[in-house]
Design a protein around this ligand. Structure first.
Ligand SMILES: [Zn+2]
Length: 349
């Protein structure tokens, strides 16, 4: 049964959802970006939301990287980080995302001269507002920026394990340029983080092949793989991921936007599901890729044949493999058990 967008979007919007892979720094939608740019006197190359949206039509990873770093410049004070986080909370609430694990990269802000205390206070305040004003629970994944740190990643680890860490950090991530910076370089950092009770949540197998995923599994003891879509090139790896039920944080529109898949139809999402892998569906950098979790689930249904039951299952799976408190998991599980069927005509294909 395939539903039209008109029938499915209202259902997807009210479906209680969980997102595990999105970046705070990639979530600044044009109105938020312009608001913060104006407050800080930063020129982002556009004066209206429409104009800024036009800039988001980047043609390459380099364009994306340039825009991403321009965007960072609007985040300076605790108030900026709080407003950005609260705006993300409002957007997630609009889609009924009930719980999200949001990645942020402390080192990139520290290198820009943002005081650790400002960053911490902003994240704490924004997370509080996301919950009290919008009812959305957020947790943080702080990630190492592969290319901008020494292999020991001391700066990120000291920050995370020190007194200036924000509240609600559940894991250590590994982001940035994958090619040339294999997981093995960061083994010590992840061992320290795991010893301190943080989950290992690296990006791997996004732009680099199976070796990167094996590295994340063996060297970093990854409990989930950010992206991981390149696993299909190695049947032994696919079998391992399936057998150990290692979740992949798949972000189809991101992969298409960054030219890792030629089109949504050529994205391996359907193949990953057919292999019996444990898949969660995510937006990655939703503002830049102009997507929402609702859009991603719609794509999974219409293009890759995920039934509504399968979509509900992806939310239950995301919840199970999240680091949400047990009470939160129980509440959202209960909400998911109450989801009504889609109201509207569908068609069998
Ligand atoms: Zn990511």
């Amino acid at each position: 049964m395939t539903y039209s967008p008109a029938a499915l979007i209202p259902w997807l919007t009210t479906l209680p959802k969980v997102e595990l892979h999105l970046h705070l720094e990639g979530s600044l939608r044009p109105p938020t970006m312009l608001h913060l740019a104006e407050r800080n006197g930063v020129d982002v190359g556009a004066s209206s939301a429409e104009e800024l949206t036009g800039l988001y039509q980047f043609g390459s990873f380099d364009d994306f990287a340039r825009l991403f770093f321009t965007g960072l410049a609007v985040l300076r004070s605790a108030e900026d980080f709080a407003d950005a986080t609260a705006a993300l909370g409002a957007e997630l609430a609009r889609q009924n995302v009930r719980y999200a694990e949001v990645t942020s990269t402390p080192i990139t802000h520290q290198r820009r001269g943002v005081a650790a205390e400002e960053y911490r206070d902003g994240l704490n305040e924004g997370r509080r507002r996301a919950f009290t004003d919008h009812g959305v629970e957020l947790a943080w994944v702080c990630d190492i920026a592969r290319e901008s740190e020494d292999p020991a990643s001391e700066a990120t680890i000291e920050y995370l394990l020190g007194h200036t860490a924000p509240e609600g950090v559940v894991g250590l991530g590994l982001g940035g340029i994958e090619d040339g910076y294999p997981p093995e370089l960061f083994e010590t950092s992840f061992a320290r983080a795991r010893a301190a009770g943080l989950a290992s949540l690296p990006h791997a197998g996004e732009t680099v092949g199976p070796a990167s995923i094996w590295g994340a599994l063996w060297s970093l003891q990854a409990s989930r793989i950010g992206h991981g879509v390149q696993c299909l090139a190695d049947p032994e790896l696919v079998a391992y991921l399936r057998q150990h039920r290692i979740p992949l944080e798949v972000a189809p529109t991101s992969n298409v936007a960054l030219k890792l898949a030629a089109s949504p139809g050529e994205h391996p999402l359907g193949q990953l599901a057919a292999e019996g892998l444990r898949i969660t569906i995510n937006t990655d950098d939703p503002a830049y890729f102009q997507t929402t979790l609702v859009d991603e689930l719609l794509l999974a249904h219409q293009i890759h044949g995920f039934t509504t039951e399968a979509l509900i299952a992806t939310q239950l799976d995301a919840l199970d493999v999240s680091y949400a408190p047990e009470a939160t998991k129980a509440r959202i599980r209960h909400e998911l058990a109450e989801v009504p069927p889609v109201a509207g005509p569908g068609s069998h294909r």
